[in-house]
Design a protein around this ligand. Structure first.
Ligand code: HEM
Length: 429
């Protein structure tokens, strides 16, 4: 079983490389998102593709790519593109063959991210209630306290790993508290979440298996918590979702577990990467770092620019729901469209000098939280966590610097960021 999966992954990698090669010979451009060159500078590759063909059919991906800001927005808001792959029989057959029973179950019961209206609209309406702006804003003092507790672990003469000390625990603790999970479960919850996310974009069998085990464990955990809450749902996020179910607002048990899981998955790794990428960018730009220390009121704008310049989610995907003509190309029902968020953010038509990181940019045009009906539900929360994190970091460690100037980017084409980022809190003597 293990050998079969490994062999399949290897075979696919070789086939992908060969097709990319052919594609480059034919079209002069190919996007090999699994190559080392790509991880070093994905934006160069996205921009090259955008310049040649902002809407491009890729042989290697057997699908379309959009890489300009306008086309990214257009695909994400056009109702002729959907997120639910189960509508396409051929694709479903192929996917089912590759899945074991457990993963087949989650494939058959997707979360809101992979649903289309009307189911998507119904679930989203319920979940949105837990993310209303005023409520999220009211969390600021609590988030500041969590950030302080994380940073209290750093000692004066130390080098610390920003990812382990702050960027990973902060979003996990915040969402666990919003869900009303007992504090004694937070560490386990965080560990499962990290394992689960490590599986996305990984080709390593062990990582994939661990990720599947953790996904199962989390679903079981949510089932237990939800069962315990039946009589007294409480006021937190899970309580609100349970009550919606009881009031006949049509959220079934499976949807309830999936929603809990997606809130964790969608909000954890992404926010971790925003904090890591953002501090890296600042410390690589000493003048802007100094400016932000002097003028912390610029932090929200700096966070927008961090999101634009190094978006944690680099791409997403949609499926053509019907045969159609789109910008002069014929798309068939079921065609996959890869939506290059990272390419859109660096489009010179959307932002002047897009390859410059500039916290003073007056209007930051970015699609890092997506666009249209699936626009990120947690955007205000992520922005707030990042604002509080940077405010504290700048105040506590005004002398900080990168301990390693060439910290390696993680090798995941979907989520961009660092697995570790060592920060020295004092200047060298
Ligand atoms: C920097 C942090 C974050 C980034 C960059 C980010 C990015 C995104 C993107 C690009 C999408 C749209 C995906 C698509 O259209 O296919 C999305 C959707 C979503 N995000 Fe986030 N996200 C972040 C933080 C969060 C947080 C903190 C939460 C909640 C705790 C969250 C919950 C969600 C949910 C539930 C969806 C699905 C919305 C829907 O399908 O209608 N995200 N996010």
């Amino acid at each position: 079983m293990k050998i079969t999966q490994k062999a399949r992954i290897r075979f696919n990698q070789i086939l992908f490389g060969a097709l990319s090669f052919v594609e480059k010979r034919i079209h002069g451009v190919a996007l090999n998102i699994f190559s080392t060159e790509f991880y070093k500078d994905p934006y160069f590759h996205f921009s090259t593709l955008r310049d040649k063909a902002p809407l491009h059919y890729s042989l290697a991906f057997r699908g379309w790519w959009v890489t300009s800001f306008d086309l990214v927005q257009e695909v994400l808001r056009d109702a002729r593109f959907g997120s639910d792959v189960r509508k396409f029989e051929k694709r479903v057959k192929r996917i089912r063959k590759q899945l074991d029973e457990e993963r087949r179950e989650s494939f058959e019961n997707p979360s809101m991210l992979n649903l289309d209206p009307p189911d998507h609209s119904r679930i989203r309406r319920l979940v949105s209630r837990g993310f209303v702006h005023n409520f999220i804003a009211s969390l600021e003092p609590r988030i500041r306290h969590i950030v302080d507790e994380c940073l209290n672990r750093v000692h004066n003469d130390e080098t610390f790993d920003l990812i382990d000390v702050l960027a990973k625990p902060l979003p996990a603790i915040v969402i666990a508290e919003m869900m009303g999970l007992p504090e004694s479960d937070h560490a386990q919850f965080q560990a499962w979440s990290e394992d689960l996310i490590a599986g996305s974009g990984s080709n390593d069998i062990e990582t994939l298996e661990r990720s599947q085990r953790s996904s199962r464990a989390l679903i079981d955990y949510f089932k237990t918590i939800i069962d315990q809450r039946c009589d007294d749902p409480g006021e937190d996020l899970i309580g609100q979702l349970i009550r919606a179910e009881e009031q006949g607002d049509k959220l079934n048990a499976q949807e309830l577990y999936n929603t809990c899981l997606v809130l964790l998955v969608a909000g954890h790794e992404t926010t971790t990467r925003l904090i890591g990428n953002g501090l890296y960018l600042l410390l690589k730009s000493p003048k802007q770092f100094e400016q932000l220390k002097q003028s912390p009121e610029l932090i929200p704008n700096a966070v927008e620019e961090m999101l634009r310049f190094e978006p944690p989610v680099q791409l997403t995907q949609r499926f053509a729901l019907e045969d159609m003509e789109f910008h002069g190309k014929q798309l068939k029902s079921g065609d996959i469209v890869f939506v290059g968020i990272a390419g859109g953010n660096r489009d010179p038509k959307a932002n002047d000098h897009p390859d410059e990181f500039d916290i003073n940019r007056e209007k930051v045009n970015q699609v890092s939280f997506g666009y249209g009906i699936h626009l990120c539900i947690g955007a205000s929360l992520a922005r707030l966590e990042a604002k509080v994190a940077f405010t504290s970091l700048l105040k506590r460690f005004p002398e900080m610097r990168l301990a390693d100037d060439r910290a390696p980017w993680g090798q995941n084409p979907f989520f961009r960021g660092f697995d570790h980022l060592n920060i020295a809190i004092n200047q060298p003597k």
